[in-house]
Write a protein of this length. Structure first.
Ligand SMILES: [Zn+2]
Ligand SMILES: [Zn+2]
Length: 367
């Protein structure tokens, strides 16, 4: 079948919307007509070669749409179902069996390998295979092949123009607070970075009735939004050392730091803001995959501090995405406030706008 997809032809090149051939869904696969797709930092990282992904290829990994066809053995969804797409996982390794698919032993191959497990690609152009299966979807396109393991069935009245980011950025920030930290009422959270992941974490802090939610963010409009969404404080890092600003608010330090920046200097301030038995959660993707953070050993022991790496908010999307949608329907998790919609054809302009700090989470829509 012919579809339109945003093809990256070489590392660092623009996205070019072109005709692409998509194959039929194979065993366990689902063909999804994409209604909208969120733009996430990882798409841009792949475009610039910071993640290994075969070029020419198609990325995009916060897709939402309607099932158009199913392959052999698919039981989870049927044609006509609305779905959100998330990350892929094998379902068979020790982590998957424990319900921790973000730590699937095949995570890298299944999400960044650019091919199906059998080495074939779902996408081609003029007979030449394209890098595909990005996060098990490659949804910067009018249709995508996903695996039944990484589609989440939605209610018939789900709004397909907003649900895509639940599959990655929003579940990552919210899941870090609700699953990884399991933050409880009355505790204090510090969020480093007021982008879509950080603000999703702040929204989750509101869900959990935290007493203090501090967002550190250089862009004034994002600080204002953080306060509107329920953060108790928003700090400008240019106004002085962050840890001093935090201690002025909460002298004992915070219980949790959610770091979305992957910046070594910021992490130093994160550690200096931590209270006893505090936890730092690492969810930012460093530009240099070999980047190292420094931890004061004595200080870490005195505090009883923990540092944890977190993938996709430790979430099991089949359970967590419906949970977030139920909170949204109850008016308790207004993640749609983070979203700016743009036509799919404006993908390159949307990336430039996001880079300039305009818009928190851009969702590209078809039609
Ligand atoms: Zn697995
Ligand atoms: Zn993402």
């Amino acid at each position: 079948m012919q579809i339109k997809a945003a093809v990256i032809h070489e590392i660092g090149g623009d996205f070019v919307i072109e005709d692409v051939e998509i194959g039929d869904p194979q065993s366990g696969e689902v063909l999804v007509e994409i209604a909208s797709v969120g733009l996430c930092h990882t798409d841009v990282a792949a475009q610039h070669g910071h993640l290994p992904f075969p070029m020419p290829g198609v990325v995009g990994h916060e897709g939402a749409g309607v099932v158009k066809a199913i392959g052999e053995g698919v039981t989870k969804v049927a044609v006509g179902d609305k779905v959100a797409l998330s990350f892929n996982n094998c379902g068979e390794c020790a982590s998957c069996k424990k319900g921790e698919p973000g730590y699937c032993a095949s995570f890298m191959a299944l999400n960044f390998g650019g091919v199906r497990p059998d080495g074939t690609s779902a996408l081609s152009q003029g007979g030449t295979p394209l890098g595909s299966n990005f996060f098990g979807q490659s949804s910067f396109a009018t249709a995508a092949i996903a695996n039944q393991r990484n589609v989440v069935k939605l209610a018939d009245d789900a709004d397909l123009s907003i649900v895509g980011p639940l599959g990655c950025g929003v579940q990552t920030g919210a899941g870090a607070v609700m699953n990884s930290f399991d933050a409880q009422a009355g505790e204090a959270l510090l969020v480093m970075g007021g982008g879509s992941v950080g603000l999703s974490g702040a929204l989750a802090g509101v869900v959990r009735n935290l007493s203090t939610i501090i967002v550190v963010e250089p862009v004034a409009s994002r600080r204002e939004l953080a306060l509107e969404l329920g953060a108790t404080h928003a700090i400008d890092p240019a106004a002085g050392p962050v840890s001093e600003q935090v201690r002025a608010i909460i002298p004992a330090g915070v219980d949790y730091v959610l770091d979305t920046t992957a910046n070594v200097a910021v992490l130093g301030e994160a550690f200096a803001s931590l209270g006893y038995r505090g936890t730092i959660g690492l969810i930012g993707v460093p530009a240099d995959p070999e980047a190292v953070m420094f931890l004061p050993m004595m200080g870490a022991q005195v505090l009883g501090a923990k540092v944890i790496g977190i993938v996709e908010g430790d979430s099991n999307p089949d359970e967590f995405i419906p949970e977030l949608l139920a909170l949204h329907a109850a008016g308790k998790f207004p993640f749609d406030r983070l979203i700016t919609k743009r036509p799919f054809g404006e993908l390159n302009e949307a990336i430039a706008a996001q880079h300039a700090g305009e818009g928190i989470k851009i969702v590209l829509t078809h039609g």
